[in-house]
Design a protein around this ligand. Structure first.
Ligand code: WT7
Length: 658
């Protein structure tokens, strides 16, 4: 794998210059769930710590007999135990008298609302699980879920978990082609979807993409379709014998379906993430350790209390939604908010209206959203009563101090602690974060590893870098919610995460620790871009581009973007006989959106006669990044033909922005 550190972004430089500290208030500390001694307990014996947490937080069908079997890089947590995830997220709360507690306040984009209590979830999950059984799903079968942000999405996930049928949720913004690939990799027997959802004031149909995908997915027997748009989804056609309406089959089921106890290491779900090759990795998460890790971090990091109203504004299609909209919060019997639409509909104060209406106390979102709100000005949040908010979270990319301070002042009204949480699809749970009430925060720093987590910053040889220095972020010890591998490819798992620095998990991020040991994340060090908090690999976009008949060769880099963190900048060499044109530029962008999804659509596209390469033929992305940023070029001594760069540079003024 090539590791070529990106030059620091201007925001990162600003970030490293930031040294204000925000100590916890005495009042917050006095009532905080987390106490400093959590670190001490975990450090004394991390296995004993996780075993204690697992005994206390999980309702086991059969208790575990071993805490950790660590055969690097393969971990087994809580061996011998049996449990059911949906029982732990739903049934046990109802049994303890919390049936009438709200699990989700759901808000549709057009303004319709639904209140789902734990008793409702209990009934609906069991009915859905019975419908899945009727459609032939058995323990171990994989189910693909491709849905908008509606309550049936977590219900579908929990119904799968109830039967021990691993789900693979595919973000609703991904293309039919991406969906087909994910279904085939999982060999899913069933697809759960909807006719569509509301987005930016308009109905957005989803079912046609499923139909396109299913032309290439032999494993699928049935499609279960939730009706969300009804008449507003004219293209929703049901295939006889294959497609079944949710309301036809789920509604008539009995509301009892006993949870299937599964082994601790039973696969809970598969989820894709981008890496350094064109083929995304299918990450495996299992049951018990994931439950332990997500529920403890959720309660401690967000300081969740029984009467809190917690809103994680991510999409369930990403890991943030899996861990912190569905499994962690439900395991903790939390009342959550779930919103279907975009933050700008009908106006840029939609979120603040929701906070006011539902008296949201905890808000968790991405820096890119905060920067988008900043752009709209302070007046919009100021119009709303946000006084209920008491904890704010950030995730997905480094948060620049300016956005941190804006969030602190305009949303948290100066007194809600901010938790900047570092983690990944692979880690399953938050790993580097402040604990509110315990940690003094610094704007832009994710602060310290969570109790029980061993992180380090190492140099290229794997040697720990003393405080004050920067290098690569690694993890030195297994943790309960860690990925268990890459589905179907244990060798790639070892190679990607555990071979760069023997014995250590390599996260792919650069990091620096200051003199006080605070961690400052510096962004990816591999060819993975971070666009609005989502990972997209440069190679994935490159192969989508060369997949177009007009393109001979392509190179893609991330360009710093004030709103989305990074924006996709594509260089394309056309085949002989093809001429650059605005029309072709649009066509290429559309092609990428079709192959991967609209999130991967290049923002900048430059037609170029050639690309800078080393003498061995490797594209020099470092130079392309310089060109994309309009910077003075770095060292070009290893370049095969230096005139290439000059030729591109002459053109680069004409890179079209979309
Ligand atoms: C990558 C993981 C897991 C949450 C959503 C993204 C970056 C994530 C932070 C943060 C700095 C962050 C890293 C990481 N990242 N959170 N608080 N500060 N960087 O999940 O798609 O798996 O991406 O997002 O680069 O490796 P993901």
């Amino acid at each position: 794998m090539s590791i070529e550190p990106s030059p620091p972004k201007p925001e990162i430089e600003a970030l490293l210059a930031e040294n204000r500290t925000f100590p916890p208030s005495a009042a917050f500390a006095a009532q905080a769930n987390a106490k400093k001694d959590l670190y001490d307990e975990a450090e004394k014996d991390f296995e004993a710590f996780w075993a204690r947490v697992a005994r206390e937080r999980v309702d086991w069908a059969e208790p575990f007999t071993t805490t950790l079997e660590w055969d690097l890089p393969f971990a087994k947590w809580f061996g011998g135990g049996k449990l059911n995830m949906s029982y732990n997220c739903v049934d046990r709360h109802v049994e303890r008298g919390l049936g009438s507690k709200v699990a989700y306040h759901w808000i549709g984009e057009p303004g319709d609302t639904r209140t789902i209590t734990y008793a409702d979830l209990h009934r609906e999950v069991q009915k859905a699980a019975n419908a899945l059984t009727e459609l032939g799903i058995r323990t171990g079968d994989r189910v693909a879920i491709y849905m908008p942000m509606i309550p049936e999405l977590p219900i579908a996930m929990l119904a799968c978990a109830r039967l021990g049928a691993p789900h693979t949720v595919v973000f609703g913004g991904f293309s039919a082609e991406a969906l087909a690939g994910r279904i085939n990799d999982a060999e899913a027997k069933l697809v759960i979807t909807a006719d569509g959802g509301w987005r930016k004031g308009k109905p957005a149909e989803l079912k046609p993409a499923v139909d396109t995908a299913l032309a290439e997915t032999p494993s699928v027997r049935h499609v279960l379709v939730v009706r969300r748009l009804g008449d507003r989804a004219p293209a929703c056609v049901m295939a006889e014998g294959r497609d079944v309406w949710w309301h036809d089959i789920v509604e008539r089921q009995a509301p009892e379906c006993p949870p299937v106890p599964v082994d601790s290491e039973h696969m809970l779900y598969l989820l894709y993430t981008s890496g350094t090759t064109a083929k995304p990795k299918v990450i495996i998460h299992t049951t018990a350790g994931y439950l332990v890790g997500t529920s403890l971090t959720h309660e401690m990091i967000f300081d969740v209390k029984p009467d809190d109203v917690y809103w994680c504004a991510a999409d369930v299609g990403w890991v943030t939604g899996h861990s912190y909209i569905v499994y962690g919060p439900l395991a903790n019997a939390t009342t959550g908010v779930m919103y279907e639409g975009t933050p700008d509909t009908p106006g840029w104060d939609r979120w603040w209206q929701i906070v006011e209406d539902f008296k949201v106390t905890i808000l968790y979102c991405a820096p890119t959203a905060i920067r988008a709100f900043m752009k709209q000005g302070e007046a919009l949040p100021a119009k709303h009563d946000l006084s209920s908010l008491r904890v704010l979270g950030s995730v997905g990319e480094p948060i620049n101090p300016e956005a941190w301070l804006w969030y602190h002042e305009n949303i948290g009204r100066g007194n809600a602690p901010i938790v900047d949480t570092w983690w990944q699809t692979e880690t399953g749970m938050i790993l580097i974060t402040p604990l509110p009430g315990v940690t003094a925060t610094k704007p832009g720093s994710a602060t310290f590893p969570f109790p029980g987590i061993a992180a380090d910053v190492v140099d290229g040889d794997g040697a720990s870098v003393p405080l004050g220095g920067g290098g690569y972020l690694v993890l030195n010890r297994p943790w309960p919610a860690m990925l268990r591998g890459i589905y179907g490819d244990p060798a790639r798992y070892r190679e990607t995460y555990w071979s760069r620095f023997p014995g250590m998990y390599f996260a792919g991020d650069g990091a620096k620790r200051d003199a006080e040991g605070y961690y400052w994340l510096l962004g990816r060090v591999d060819d993975v871009m971070n666009v609005s908090g989502h990972r997209i690999s440069t190679i994935e976009v490159e192969s989508a581009l060369v997949d177009h008949k007009a393109v001979a060769e392509a190179a893609v880099v991330g360009k710093n973007d004030p709103l989305t963190g990074q924006a996709i900048f594509a260089f394309a060499i056309l085949r002989a006989g093809r001429e650059p044109s605005e029309q072709l530029g649009r066509e290429l962008r559309e092609h990428v959106a079709q192959v991967i999804g609209p999130i991967a659509r290049p923002k900048f596209l430059l037609f170029t006669p050639d690309l800078p390469k080393t003498r061995s033929g490797k594209i020099m992305r470092r130079l392309l990044r310089d060109i994309a940023e309009g910077r003075t070029l770095g060292d070009t001594t290893t370049l095969a033909d230096a005139s290439v760069v000059e030729a591109i540079r002459e053109h680069s003024g004409s890179a079209e922005e979309e």
